[in-house]
Ligand binder design. Structure first.
Ligand code: T68
Length: 830
């Protein structure tokens, strides 16, 4: 509406629009009860916890929508450079508590509900866990979205709305079984379906040439189309009105496809084809390393990329008539190589559809893309067979060939005819299966390539992408990962949050984690120690209750709670942890009764999912259960040692377990964990770390000092040396003994564990469990010793939290914004 057009109408409209929802208990109650009646369609006199949860969620959502609208209006008015974060995975977990805390109305809701006879925490437990991702990479995306919103950056997240998230892990007789996670079963009140935001995505077909302005023009003629429908998830910032969008795409059949089948009278096939279209966004691949050469995966990637880019370009064109300003207005962040087809797609759209010259289009592309890699292993990087790409996306294959041809021509000018190097750097890998190296494509087109920790960046420069680093040293950077303190302290550990705020005299640390260093000055304060211990104890009691309810194992809260939570992987060495536990058990068994008094009681907690096809990882899970069975039922051992496996590890479980952990283990063979973010969550919560110097732990050491943690194992530089020497190394006796116990069936299932034991035999021990074992046991002994000294332990715990400020994703995002994306904050007025 333009003023002057119809003043009276405008004033009336503004009068109506300016009425924001109020947050006093009476209004909140009224809203909740209205939603019970009009949204959930239950009687306002009778509704259960789940219905109350649904109504509550809708009333929170109304408030999110208000802020979200204002934010979008503000972005449109100011037209800042926008960041588009492209990721195939997001591990959001639950949204309710996070939303009301970020909106600053948690207490108001709790009051309103209690007057209605409901408990906020009980209702919050009704929510399922949104698990549209595998592990660290996916949770990082979620943390970064929270920081982007909180820091007022004009950002959009794009992803896929999988109908089936990461599988549910069910343990039967100690073996992992996978069950589908149909997370939308009970509806998802958090998302907003945008049926009008729909784009057509094309697949297969041929490329034809058309005459165009006196020259030739390529036209892709697809023979399959699928519709992408937007579902918006609103991400509220903390301490700001800004609320940004995570737009997830769902695949729906195109009407066009139906018509063809209906005409042939093949009604059944028409319906089957419709369903086939929907499979594109139906399931998340459950492998957290790589998915090589699968057609459905490639379809997912392109579906996601095409819909997102259509949306991004549409938004740009709303206010721009040509592409001159595109690089000043758009930053496209590739979260690993999974969305890297976006490079070929941008080129296709600019050249084929927008009629820009190749060099103009390439110039624009090279200014908008930035790439972050999350892996260390060259063999884990994504490759797409040329045949597969050529059949699914024929025009994109041509474009990638053209990019590669021009790149190699340039490269020859720079380095001459060094064919080995040319072939290593080529985007196309020749070989039995000719394929596209997605990392090479991403590096060639991105102006900035980021690693996720200082160590990771070093490995990228010296090993993984050495050739590229030598060519373009200016492209290579790193942004050490971080996690959001809103989720990992404020939501999940409210009593610690209150304690920190009390001692710092401010809540400002929730937006500025550097303030946590202020705790250092109280690290020896007796009053803080008492309160700190009390908070930790209550969290441990909550965790103990959960463990008993879930596994039937009663654990003592006086024991040290020792936790390892992460995807099960050989390089993360959960097997080392279990062998250490066996060693501890063996030692206690062989001890004189009187000496047992000196043993520090432990509750060892392990949790994590194994990729369904990852046999060795599944054996590690079974071994954990077999060992637990023996130890937990040994009357000789009692409370001195317990081992529990936490099934179906997810974000919600992490929120419960992390605040209750005394010690957490991060055991990756040095040089294998690109960063690691779990350690940061434990650190913030005052949990001590037992870790190798790998990934981000190297930087944690810089912040809190090696004295405040338990370090062990070979260093990054020593690992390759040890590997060379490995076959001639002497295996420590203790190591040989515990492996033999497993091998000889001390815990049963000896045949099943044979290959697991083989994997750590001296000439086979790629991850160096044997080589690191003694040092691991020493670190464990040091942890025991520190735990007995309660005052020392508490001091270390306080210093861990105090030193965790650097590991906030706010720091990471500010760094990306300034140095990589070139975006500025854009705050929506209050
Ligand atoms: C993780 N990578 C790194 N990959 O392992 C971890 N891969 O060190 C780092 O902290 C984290 O990323 C965040 O940077 C992953 O989680 C995947 O999940 C993945 C998923 C699909 C395909 C390949």
């Amino acid at each position: 509406l333009r003023l002057g057009e119809n003043r009276a109408k405008v004033e009336r409209m503004f009068g109506l629009m300016d009425r924001f929802l109020k947050n006093d208990p009476a209004t909140l109650q009224n809203d909740i009860v209205n939603h019970v009646e009009y949204t959930v369609a239950r009687s306002r006199f009778s509704f259960d916890d789940f219905e109350a949860y649904q109504a509550l969620t809708h009333s929170v959502r109304d408030r999110l929508i208000e802020r979200w609208h204002d934010t979008q209006i503000c972005f449109r008015r100011k037209d800042p450079k926008r960041l588009y974060f492209l990721s195939l995975e997001y591990l959001m977990g639950r949204s309710l508590s996070n939303s009301v805390i970020n909106l600053g109305i948690r207490d108001q809701y709790a009051d309103a509900l209690s007057q209605l006879g409901f408990d906020f925490e009980v209702l919050a437990e009704q929510e399922g866990d949104a698990a549209l991702g595998n592990g660290g990479l996916a949770r990082l995306s979620a943390c970064q979205m929270d920081s982007l919103a909180t820091l007022d950056y004009p950002a959009w997240g794009y992803g896929l709305r999988y109908q089936y998230g990461l599988f549910r892990q069910v343990i039967l007789d100690g073996y992992q079984h996978e069950q589908p996670d149909y997370w939308l079963n009970f509806g998802n009140p958090w998302e907003i379906e945008r049926i009008h935001v729909t784009y057509t995505v094309k697949f297969y077909g041929t490329v034809e040439e058309e005459n165009f302005k006196g020259g030739k023009h390529k036209v892709w003629v697809p023979n399959e189309t699928v519709e992408a429908v937007a579902y918006d998830n609103l991400i509220p910032g903390y301490g700001t009105r800004n609320t940004i969008t995570l737009r997830l795409w769902a695949a729906k059949p195109s009407d066009q496809n139906d018509m063809e089948s209906y005409n042939t009278g093949d009604y059944i096939n028409a319906v089957v084809n419709r369903q086939r279209a929907e499979t594109i966004s139906s399931i998340l691949y459950p492998d957290d390393r790589s998915h090589q050469g699968k057609e459905l995966r490639l379809k997912q990637q392109y579906f996601f990329v095409s819909a997102s880019l259509q949306d991004i370009i549409r938004r740009f064109k709303d206010t721009h008539s040509n592409f001159d300003d595109f690089p000043e207005k758009v930053a496209l962040q590739l979260n690993d190589t999974h969305p890297s087809l976006a490079i070929a797609e941008v080129m296709r759209v600019l050249v084929d559809e927008e009629n820009l010259s190749w060099s103009r289009a390439w110039d624009i592309s090279c200014k908008i893309f930035t790439f972050t890699t999350h892996t260390v292993l060259p063999e884990a990087s994504e490759k797409i067979p040329v045949d597969l790409l050529g059949s699914l996306l024929p025009r994109h294959l041509q474009i990638i060939y053209e990019i590669n041809f021009r790149f190699l021509e340039e490269l020859k000018k720079r380095i001459g005819l060094d064919y080995d190097r040319l072939s290593r750097m080529s985007i196309i890998e020749e070989g039995a299966v000719k394929s596209i190296r997605m990392a090479n494509l991403s590096i060639v087109c991105s102006h900035t390539v980021n690693g996720v920790s200082k160590m990771h960046a070093e490995l990228l420069k010296t090993r993984v992408f050495k050739d590229f680093y030598e060519l373009w040293p200016h492209k290579f950077h790193y942004k050490t990962n971080g996690v959001t303190q809103r989720r990992w302290v404020v939501v999940s550990n409210p009593s610690l949050c209150a304690l920190i705020s009390k001692w710092l005299g401010t809540e400002a640390w929730i937006r500025d984690m550097d303030l946590l260093v202020g705790l250092q000055e109280y690290a020896t304060n007796g009053d803080l120690h008492e309160e700190w211990k009390m908070v930790r104890k209550v969290n441990k009691m909550r965790l103990a209750e959960y463990i008993e309810a879930m596994s039937g194992v009663k654990v003592s809260v006086d024991a040290m709670f020792d936790v390892q939570l992460k995807r099960i992987h050989e390089y993360k060495r959960q097997f080392l942890n279990i062998l250490g536990i066996i060693h501890r058990y063996d030692c206690i068994k062989n001890m004189e009764k009187k000496d047992r008094r000196n043993v520090v009681p432990r509750v060892c907690i392990i949790g994590g999912k194994a990729a369904p096809g990852y046999e060795i990882a599944k054996k590690i899970i079974k071994l954990c259960h077999a060992v637990a069975e023996k130890i937990n039922n040994d009357p000789d051992i009692g409370d001195l040692l317990k081992l529990v496996f936490i099934p179906d590890y997810n974000i919600t479980v992490a929120e419960l377990v992390i605040p209750g952990a005394d010690l957490s283990q991060h055991l990756s063979t040095a040089g294998h964990e690109a960063s690691g973010t779990g350690c940061m969550k434990f650190l913030m919560n005052g949990c001590l770390l037992l870790a190798t110097a790998d990934g981000s732990t190297i930087e944690i050491i810089e912040e809190i000092g090696a004295d405040n943690m338990f370090l062990f194992g070979a260093k990054v530089s020593e690992v390759p040396v040890l590997r060379k020497k490995a076959p001639n190394l002497k295996v420590p006796l203790q190591f040989a003994r515990v492996v033999r116990m497993v091998r000889n069936g001390y815990f049963g299932f000896e045949d099943y564990f044979e290959s697991l034991c083989d994997s750590v035999e001296v000439d086979n021990d790629f991850y160096l469990l044997g080589a690191d074992f003694e040092s691991y046991l020493e670190a464990q002994a040091a942890a025991d010793k520190a735990f007995i000294d309660e005052e020392k332990w508490t001091q270390m715990s306080i210093l861990s939290t105090a030193g965790s400020g650097r590991f906030s994703s706010d720091r990471t995002i500010d760094d990306y914004a300034e140095k990589t994306w070139g975006i500025e904050r854009c705050r929506c007025p209050a």
